[in-house]
Design a binder for this molecule. Structure first.
Ligand SMILES: NC(=O)c1ccc[n+]([C@@H]2O[C@H](COP(=O)([O-])OP(=O)(O)OC[C@H]3O[C@@H](n4cnc5c(N)ncnc54)[C@H](O)[C@@H]3O)[C@@H](O)[C@H]2O)c1
Length: 312
């Protein structure tokens, strides 16, 4: 039986991924772990184990004792938070990943999922339909840690045969959980403000288009990648992944179709500089060709789904 351990389970993605895994494999096939427990009742139907992913011995002990076959390792300090404390971001992002990869190398687990990000690209990469292979010269420590993480994954696959798989997620947007300190967080906040009839102050420029993805597409892409036979996964760094793309101004206009009084005020701060270094949109043709990836949510569908879910 497939048994899945999610590390970093109480974060924005972890909560939604746990629900996706419960649905696909059953509640008892999932174990959640994090340095803090979340308060989502549905998530908490599965076992929870308190774990600091930087503690090598504890990671090994938990992975061994829970008898899991697959680890989804989601722990990271995200882009905006990482710029406030670059050394801590590097330590957390790298050490926790290597702890998990070592368990796979030693045969304690069969498969690893680790997310990368569009933050691997920097100002020198083409902005539109950014290709899979291009300049990866990020200007944030978060991006630097994701490029290095991709290389570690590829190294462990080549050298030790570790079955590690990865996706470069765009900004993720879901209604069950709040974002954890990234540059694309503004979009989730905009929906809450619209629903509550409040004014929204956006920290990005009105025209700053970024790649985004509905959480359902993100979870489905992850489960599909992990279910694919090992031999069709050609990239062991990380796959480009695309959902939709919009700027804060375009998001405002889509939301205003449902909430005509919704108004965004634009007050760009230091996060605008991070966003300006990232792509506007992503070419994910390798994922489409190699394991049949296809997103379901465009901007219109994403906005409608978020507003419906939150107003309910
Ligand atoms: N959310 C996005 O838009 C997005 C986009 C691209 C990539 N990603 C990647 O997806 C992954 C998950 O992102 P997220 O948005 O859910 O992040 P998040 O910040 O919401 O969640 C991270 C979780 O890790 C936990 N954590 C932190 N330090 C820990 C430690 N030492 N031991 C155990 N747990 C610890 C936190 O408590 C938190 O619950 C990350 O690797 C991130 O880089 C996310």
């Amino acid at each position: 039986m497939e048994k899945n351990l999610v590390i970093g389970a109480s974060g924005q993605l972890g909560i939604e991924l746990i629900l996706g895994l419960q649905k696909r494999f059953g509640i008892d096939s999932v174990v959640a772990s994090d340095i803090k427990k979340c308060d989502d009742e549905l998530v908490n139907r599965s076992e929870f184990i308190l774990l600091d992913a930087t503690d090598t011995n504890s990671v090994r002990k938990v992975i061994f004792e829970c008898g899991c076959t697959t680890v989804y390792h989601l722990v990271a300090m995200l882009s905006a938070k990482g710029e406030e404390n670059p050394k801590a971001a590097w330590d957390l992002n790298m050490k926790s990943l290597i702890n998990v990869l070592d368990c796979a190398k030693d045969g304690i687990i069969e498969k690893v999922f680790w997310p990368s990000s569009i933050a691997v690209f920097g100002p020198n990469a083409p902005k539109n339909r950014t290709p899979q292979e291009t300049f990866c010269e990020p200007t944030t420590i978060y991006g630097v840690s994701k490029v290095a993480g991709e290389m570690w994954c590829n190294y462990y696959h080549d050298k030790y045969g570790v079955d590690v798989r990865s996706l470069r997620y765009p900004g993720l947007i879901g209604h069950r959980s709040m974002p954890g300190g990234g540059t694309t967080d503004y979009a989730v906040e905009a929906f809450y403000k619209a629903i509550n009839g409040e004014k929204f102050e956006c920290y990005l420029d009105i025209h700053e288009a970024l790649p985004m993805m509905h959480m359902e597409d993100a979870v489905r892409s992850t489960l599909e990648l992990m279910a694919a036979p090992a031999e069709i996964i050609k990239l062991r760094t990380s796959y480009n992944l695309s959902g939709c793309s919009f700027s804060p101004g375009e998001l405002n206009d889509e939301i205003a179709k449902f909430y005509p009084d919704f108004v965004t005020k634009y007050s760009p701060d230091q996060r605008q500089k991070i966003a300006a270094s990232w792509p506007n949109s992503i070419d994910d043709s390798r994922a489409r060709e190699e394991w049949n990836w296809k997103p379901e949510y465009g901007t219109k569908e994403l906005v409608e789904s978020m507003l419906n879910a939150l107003s309910n």
